[in-house]
Design a protein around this ligand. Structure first.
Ligand code: KMH
Ligand code: ZN
Length: 287
């Protein structure tokens, strides 16, 4: 079976908030549930079909509080049928147990980080982003036993090895949805270059659908390249706070609109959430 996305469509994920970006870096980062939901709706109207969610407490700190995830989901689902993908990466202040709390809010998808890296800058310098093989097994079990689709985030060629292992052990089902994240400033992450993306795409397991996340100034160039290669793309303030060099983005929707303009020039329309569900093998949205 061929799991390719139709050539005239592109699946766009918006990662709106993240764990590191905040209002002091860009005042337009949505942090509270009402802001996150309004931003998701604006991005849906621009063409995003998946929203990647991190939650913050009222003080703006990363939180795993289930009621906050439920509040965010409820507000988004009141507005539109965009696919909800929660982060189990969470943030550096959260334990592994806390990182899966969001699954209780029944997202459609959840991120699954496919290896460990070391934070080398900022307040969490020296704190590992730990995703050891047995930890990955635990996360994937927690995700899939709830009927949630894992979005496997890989930051290096080595992490594709973990993807192959999960496939071999029957822990994930087709189509395998793999997010190639390039340009993270972590030890162990690969750079956001065209050659790295090409090589990683060449090394994907069969029956995969890939998404590309270019971090920082690589967001637009790598998204463009991924679209040409038939991939899905992720944009948003989690990964990049600028619209152009030295110019902060005004909103997540502005970044989605930018990639949609490029997509249209390439002969592609943004996939709707219903189309995306079909491509990724997700069940239809609940009425
Ligand atoms: N900030 C991203 C590049 C997660 O949320 O699980 C990493 C990320 C991890 O999205
Ligand atoms: Zn994230």
């Amino acid at each position: 079976m061929d799991y390719a996305i139709p050539a005239d469509r592109v699946v766009i994920t918006v990662a709106q908030t993240g764990a590191i970006t905040n209002k002091s870096l860009n005042p337009n980062v949505p942090e509270q549930p009402a802001e996150i939901a309004q931003s998701a709706y604006d991005c849906f109207n621009e063409g995003a079909s998946i929203v990647h969610i991190h939650a913050r407490d009222p003080q703006g700190e990363n939180t795993s509080e289930l009621s906050i995830f439920e509040d965010i989901h409820g507000r988004i689902r009141d507005k539109c049928d965009i696919i909800i993908q929660d982060s189990t990466g969470g943030g550096p202040n959260l334990t592994q147990e806390q990182r899966i709390n969001c699954l209780g809010a029944s997202p459609d998808m959840a991120s699954l980080n496919m290896g460990s890296m070391m934070r080398v800058a900022g307040p969490y310098k020296g704190v590992p982003f730990s995703n050891m093989p047995d930890e990955i097994d635990w996360f994937v079990e927690q995700i899939t036993q709830r009927g949630i689709k894992p979005e496997m985030e890989v930051y290096s060629h080595a992490m594709l090895q973990e993807v192959r292992r999960l496939i071999k052990e029957g822990r994930v089902t087709k189509p395998y949805y793999i997010n190639i994240v390039l340009g993270m400033r972590y030890q162990g992450a690969e750079p956001a270059t065209p050659k790295t993306l090409t090589s990683m795409v060449d090394n994907l397991p069969p029956d995969s659908i890939f998404n590309c996340t270019g971090v920082g100034s690589a967001q637009t160039p790598l998204a463009t390249m991924a679209m040409i290669m038939g991939g899905c793309v992720r944009v948003g303030l989690e990964d990049n706070i600028y619209y152009a060099k030295g110019e902060l983005a005004q909103s997540n929707a502005q970044l989605v609109a930018k990639v949609v303009r490029i997509a249209r020039e390439l002969g592609k329309q943004p996939a709707t959430p219903a189309e995306t569900r079909q491509y990724l093998g997700l069940p239809p949205a609940k009425a």
